[in-house]
Design a protein around this ligand. Structure first.
Ligand code: HEM
Length: 397
């Protein structure tokens, strides 16, 4: 009985201390925000769609507001001029993402560009991308891959025309094919039963969806580290499982490339981004030494960064268009301003090559626009749509 009283007393004292730490006089230099609860702070206000909740809160508390998420103080910028303050004026101070379990467990322990804190490693990673992936020369030399995959995509749509189809899978297959061929040298996933690659397109898609979800979730352990070991939401367990799948894939790709490197010795010429990274890993003059983890992390960033983002953008764009068909005419002009050259070309081809309709018995207002929160906000229900060819058959081959 006596020990129970001691525990209760200890809890009461802890709550008082926490309450004191949250007391308004400690907040006097902070922007306005909702009053926090002692332990969870304002975590309860984030809900399933944090971006929407933050928008609603900003209507009450203004374009710069303060939230307490567990034991962390957070400021939220909700207007273009406030965003500019953080991303331009005070960029150096705010450039790093806060450490997180996702950064550690599914981002090669921060050995990449997406999660690495601002510093030499991040700067070097960006420089490598700039010189070896996004330079005009590299983009030009990979243009044929994008064009080839776009034609494969359009002829696939032609084969399926007239029937309802889930667009997302076809977008993803094209985007993944493009980036894997540029970065890894080939697709590394099976599209038919005869192929013997390490995984199927469906497995890849599942891993990418899980990655986007787990990188964006509100993991309680990130905000209340003392509760992390309990993994109440089960996210840490899922991250560990996902890491194993990615690492198996990454190891396979690296070993494949190393084999060629060993076989060709002095005559080895880099053909893809992994080759370039492996060569750089041997470079003693590099400012920050690259190891296998960095090669895996930098490769994974490109694959992940380019696939679900573009797939989601294209799926949302088609959803908006199918809901408001009169916009299709205005779309090309809009696309010019909003998205990049290759996507613009693709959308233009899709709109020029096909009439787009909803499946029979479905009206525009039936298209559900519900969002699924994550690192990128994707459609909760994939868009199902019917393509009808507008051109002669040979134009699709
Ligand atoms: C519609 C398409 C895309 C969208 C909406 C998108 C969005 C974003 C966003 C919001 C960030 C975070 C930026 C930051 O924190 O400052 C990011 C980073 C990144 N993206 Fe994209 N992205 C797209 C396409 C691509 C493509 C095609 C690639 C690669 C071929 C790519 C590679 C990356 C990489 C490597 C990063 C990390 C860079 C860094 O943190 O500095 N993204 N992207």
């Amino acid at each position: 009985m006596e020990s129970l009283s001691c525990v209760l007393l200890a809890i009461a004292i802890s709550l008082l201390i926490i309450k004191f730490l949250n007391y308004p006089h400690r907040r006097k230099n902070l922007p306005p925000g909702p009053r926090p609860w002692p332990l969870i702070g304002n975590l309860n206000l984030l809900g399933h769609h944090p971006h929407q909740s933050l928008h609603k809160l900003s209507k009450t508390y203004g374009k710069l507001m303060h939230l307490r998420l567990g034991s962390s103080s957070v400021v939220v910028a909700s207007s273009p001029d406030m965003a500019r303050e953080f991303l331009r004026t005070h960029d150096r101070i705010f450039a790093s993402r806060p450490p997180s379990v996702a950064g550690k467990l599914i981002n090669n322990n921060y050995h990449n560009v997406l999660w690495a804190p601002y510093g030499d490693q991040w700067i070097q990673g960006r420089k490598i991308y700039h010189n070896e992936v996004f330079s005009p020369k590299r983009l030009d030399s990979s243009e044929y891959i994008r064009v080839q995959e776009m034609h494969i995509f359009l002829s696939r749509l032609h084969v399926l025309s007239g029937n309802p189809m889930v667009l997302k899978g076809h977008f993803l297959s094209m985007n993944l094919s493009v980036i894997n061929r540029i970065v890894l040298g080939r697709k590394y996933f099976n599209e038919s039963k005869d192929e013997k690659e390490i995984m199927t397109l469906e497995e890849f898609q599942e891993m990418l969806d899980e990655f986007f979800l787990l990188n964006g979730v509100t993991n309680v352990g990130d905000w209340m580290p003392w509760m992390g070991f309990m993994d109440l939401q089960g996210y840490v367990k899922r991250m560990k499982a996902l890491f194993k799948r990615f690492d198996r894939f990454n190891e396979h790709v690296l070993e494949d490339h190393r084999k060629r490197m060993r076989a060709e010795g002095e005559d080895f010429v880099a053909k893809d981004v992994v080759d370039v990274l492996l060569k750089l890993a041997d470079d003693p003059n590099l400012q920050v030494k690259l190891n296998s983890e960095d090669v895996k992390g930098l490769t994974q960033d490109l694959i992940i960064g380019s696939t679900n983002t573009t797939t989601t953008t294209m799926e949302w764009a088609m959803s908006e268009l199918i809901k408001k068909p009169h916009l299709i005419e205005k779309a090309t002009e809009e696309l010019d301003r909003v998205i990049g050259k290759t996507m613009r070309l693709l959308m233009a081809n899709m709109l020029q090559g096909f009439n787009w309709k909803l499946p029979e018995n479905m009206r525009a207002e039936d298209v559900d626009m519900e969002e699924l929160y994550g690192l990128g906000t994707r459609r909760k229900f994939p868009l199902v749509i019917v393509a009808e060819p507008r051109l002669r058959d040979h134009m699709y081959n």
